[in-house]
Design a protein around this ligand. Structure first.
Ligand code: KG4
Ligand code: ZN
Length: 365
């Protein structure tokens, strides 16, 4: 029987994390904030043949890879299943079929070991990657979140609460990188290929900033920037002019990234924050990483920018957010289902079906 009534919270638990929201099947084992192992099997090469992620191919690839990735993570961590204190898994947002593979595996694993199941919001996982990079990190701080589906600057007030200081009013930054990659005939995955092409170009084309005025304040708009790049390429082609693709990539990258960095540092200075963290796939961009680090250094702000492997999808970040939730006793029942779309704050909704900690004992609400 799955009975956690006698379960005792540990301060440095061993947590197994599973991530399968898109095209990466990943499993990691952490002890406290220390990463013991971190395995990824990706179907990106297969997906590249189709120019993007095909949900059915992703689901099948997860089914094929999940056993092996978990086995490898346990072996490399030198941890036996019986030593695991909790299983953390992405339950959303993402591709439904893909999520279900990881979630079903995690449920049966947690059930068989009689340890808590922790259902993690993928985006909160991206935010929690910073704690792995700097285990002494504690809120409050300012966070730059830039992924394929989200672009926002957050005031991370506590482990649970984050307030949006700025966000996009249309496309996400990663989405714009992917669309510009297509216009420049670059293969999937778009972002890293735009970066590679930009390395050989000059940012000499004036594209509009991704930061636009909106009412009384400023907001990000990546749709406008993307359209400007598309129009530039199409009108050059119509004139029969040869475009310098590397210059287009470098100019787009500069416009896309400068807005993120400038606004993040502005928010940190306004709030008098001494630390800025960053998370999400776009943070793997070398130009962004260098610019954010320099801008923070120039203003006496500590920049916590996780290694690239922990910016793109991985399971260590899921285990890291799993640890935050574990320490609060925020566990899920086995009835938890996968969600294709989730707001950042959705974890709160789950309290009803969560097993919650009270004075080192649990009860079901
Ligand atoms: O966080 P992530 O791996 O998945 C989501 O949760 O969305 O982010 C994927 C996004 C894609 O749009 C991808 O093109 C972008 O991150 N990305 C990059 C780079 N690496 C990944 N964008 C720019 N430069 C990169 N090096
Ligand atoms: Zn992601």
């Amino acid at each position: 029987m799955y009975d956690l009534t006698q379960y005792k919270i540990k301060s440095e638990p061993i947590i197994l994390g599973i991530e399968s929201s898109c095209d990466e099947t990943a499993c990691a084992v952490i002890k406290g904030r220390k990463i013991l192992s971190d395995e990824i099997i990706s179907s990106a090469t297969e997906q590249a043949k189709y120019g993007g992620v095909v949900p059915e191919i992703a689901s099948r690839a997860h089914t094929d890879a999940i056993d092996e990735v978990v086995e490898r993570a346990l072996k490399n961590a030198n941890v036996a299943p019986s030593q695991i204190d909790a299983v953390a898994v992405t339950y959303g947002a993402g591709l439904l079929g893909a999520l279900l593979v990881g979630l079903s595996f995690a449920k049966s694993f947690a059930y068989s070991l009689n340890v808590p199941l922790i259902a993690v919001n993928h985006i909160r996982g991206h935010l929690a990657a910073a704690y792995l990079d700097m285990p002494t990190l504690k809120p409050p701080f300012v966070t730059l979140l830039a992924s394929g589906g989200h672009t926002a600057i957050l005031h991370t007030k506590s482990y649970e609460e984050a307030e949006a200081l700025a966000s996009t009013c249309d496309d996400a930054a990663g989405e714009a990188f992917d669309k510009v990659a297509r216009v420049l005939s670059l293969p999937y995955p778009g972002g890293p290929n735009v970066q590679k092409l930009a390395e050989g170009g000059r940012a000499c084309i004036q594209f509009p900033s991704a930061l636009v005025r909106h009412g009384d304040g400023m907001t990000f708009s990546y749709s406008g920037l993307k359209t400007a790049v598309i129009n530039y390429c199409n009108s050059a082609r119509q004139r029969g002019a040869v475009i310098n693709r590397a210059d287009v990539a470098a100019s787009f990258q500069k416009a896309a990234v400068d807005a993120l960095v400038d606004k993040t540092v502005e928010c940190a200075l306004k709030l008098n924050a001494d630390t800025v963290t960053a998370g999400g796939g776009v943070i793997a961009n070398d130009y962004l990483r260098a610019r954010l680090k320099r801008a923070c250094d120039d203003n006496g702000i500590t920049a916590v920018i996780p290694p690239k492997r922990y910016c793109t999808d991985n399971a260590a970040m899921i285990a890291s957010e799993g640890l935050n939730m574990y320490l609060r006793g925020e566990f899920s029942g086995l009835e938890v289902n996968a969600c294709a779309s989730l707001p950042l704050a959705a974890a709160k909704k789950f309290t009803k079906i969560c097993v919650r900690l009270r004075a080192r004992k649990f009860f079901v609400r």
